[in-house]
Design a binder for this molecule. Structure first.
Ligand code: ATP
Ligand code: MG
Length: 408
């Protein structure tokens, strides 16, 4: 998670400012997006401590309400909330030029010492404050230049921008902001069923769709005794790791053994994987109907394996009328791995447990399948009965975000 670690220390009295991204482009829907995001921030911070969360002018204010709020954990959590493009630590101070300069001088002493040039940028939300924002910047800048004589004022390309905001209750001095997760608030993009395996790809595809605001219901197929309890536990752990970004997730675990055994018994070997994937899609579609989801998500990437050629993808989605979202479709494996490391699922993904996909792999899978041939190949199966039986055996596990990282 190196890309999401902050360098700055946390000090008592600080608060966080969360900058909203695409949410601000939403026009008439903006209120709905903002409300969703506020709810997501509050829910995520609740287990970490008592924080007041409010929104004003495209910025969410996160203010600790007592001494034992874990600021570091809260900051990390804020950076993982979709819809937030940047997060800054900030210090409140009294509303006078002298107090602001003093607060900035000590709060940002590390940055001011390291920089060679700076400028002050001010915003005056409290219009009763006697100085204009330009005057505030000039005066605070002058006082800071007096205390840090090595610093030059550079209005065009400064090393450091000192942000000052004057609001109703106080003035605030910001530290430089760091990137947030971006995207749109989870819950604003509809609900989708995401097919989660224990591999590297599907946690990443899930994360990418959650980042576009999709609420996810996870679906995982198990084939005991061919797949082990550890393989199942690994997938639940992957979902748990995703909750740092998505919030609470449900993992629906579907028994798949009988379907796979029937396919092996009755269908031509070259179509094993394709027919199995068609069953996954059919079951995912039924599950979607049950939970009110309107799309399926997979970690497929064009050409990665025989079942992900263009023709094979067509054969797979032949059995569903829902949109199949494949955010990794045009990505290389190295890019997927990089993302998987960044979002924190890679180490779990590479644990060496088997997946039901690898249980009955054909020696020579068909890479140029025709949908009529595959339909014919599976005609020997009682598709409906097999699906019903699998659905009747679904078990649902709920995983929650746990800032301490411990297992449920
Ligand atoms: P890998 O990183 O090993 O490629 P993968 O998850 O992509 O892992 P594939 O065999 O390529 O594995 O499967 C393609 C997609 O099918 C997955 O990304 C996932 O969405 C879905 N899938 C595969 N196996 C399962 C499973 N056991 N349960 C749920 N979905 C699965
Ligand atoms: Mg894959």
């Amino acid at each position: 998670m190196s890309a999401f670690v902050t360098q700055r220390e946390f000090v008592p009295g600080e608060l966080f400012l969360l900058k909203l991204g695409e949410v601000v482009l939403k026009g008439l829907n903006r209120k709905r997006f903002e409300d969703k995001l506020l709810g997501n921030v509050r829910r995520r911070l609740r287990p970490i401590g008592n924080f007041a969360v409010s929104v004003r002018q495209s910025t969410i204010y996160v203010e600790p309400q007592d001494e034992d709020c874990d600021l570091e954990a809260a900051f990390t959590a804020c950076r993982q909330i979709f819809g937030v493009v940047a997060v800054a630590q900030a210090m409140p101070c009294p509303k006078s030029v002298e107090a602001i300069a003093e607060a900035a001088g000590s709060y940002l002493s590390g940055e001011l010492t390291a920089a060679r040039s700076f400028k002050v940028e001010s915003k005056r939300a409290d219009k009763s404050f006697p100085l204009t924002s330009i005057q505030i910047s000039q005066e605070v800048g002058g006082l800071l230049a007096d205390s840090y004589p090595h610093l030059k004022v550079d209005l065009h390309r400064p090393d450091l921008v000192v942000y000052v905001e004057i609001r109703e209750r106080a003035a605030y001095v910001h530290a430089p902001s760091v990137p947030g997760a971006g995207g749109l608030p989870v819950g604003t993009g509809g609900t989708a069923v995401s097919l989660l395996s224990g591999g590297i790809d599907s946690p990443v595809s899930s994360w990418m769709m959650a980042r576009r605001g999709a609420e996810l219901e996870m679906l995982h197929f198990v084939s005991p005794p061919y797949t082990s309890p550890q393989a199942r536990e690994k997938v639940i752990q992957l979902a748990r790791e995703l909750t740092a970004w998505t919030g609470r997730l449900r993992v629906h675990i579907v028994p798949f053994t009988e379907i796979q055994e029937e396919i092996r018994r009755q269908c031509p070997e070259e179509y094993f994987t394709l027919i199995m994937r068609r069953f996954m899609m059919r079951i995912a579609q039924r599950a979607a109907r049950k939970v009110g989801a309107h799309a399926l998500v997979t970690g497929e990437s064009l050409g990665q394996v025989a079942s992900q050629t263009m023709l094979a993808l067509g054969v797979t989605e032949d059995v569903t009328s829902l949109p199949v979202l494949r955010p990794l479709i045009g990505m290389d494996k190295v890019e997927i791995i990089r993302l998987s490391r960044e979002i924190g699922t890679y180490e779990t993904s590479i644990l060496p447990y088997e997946d039901c996909c690898t249980v009955f792999t054909p020696r020579h899978p068909c890479t140029r399948p025709r949908v009529e041939d595959v339909r014919e190949a599976e005609a020997a199966l009682d598709v409906e009965a097999l699906i019903e039986k699998a659905l009747a055996g679904v078990e649902t596990v709920t995983v929650r975000y746990d800032p301490a990282g411990s297992l449920d």
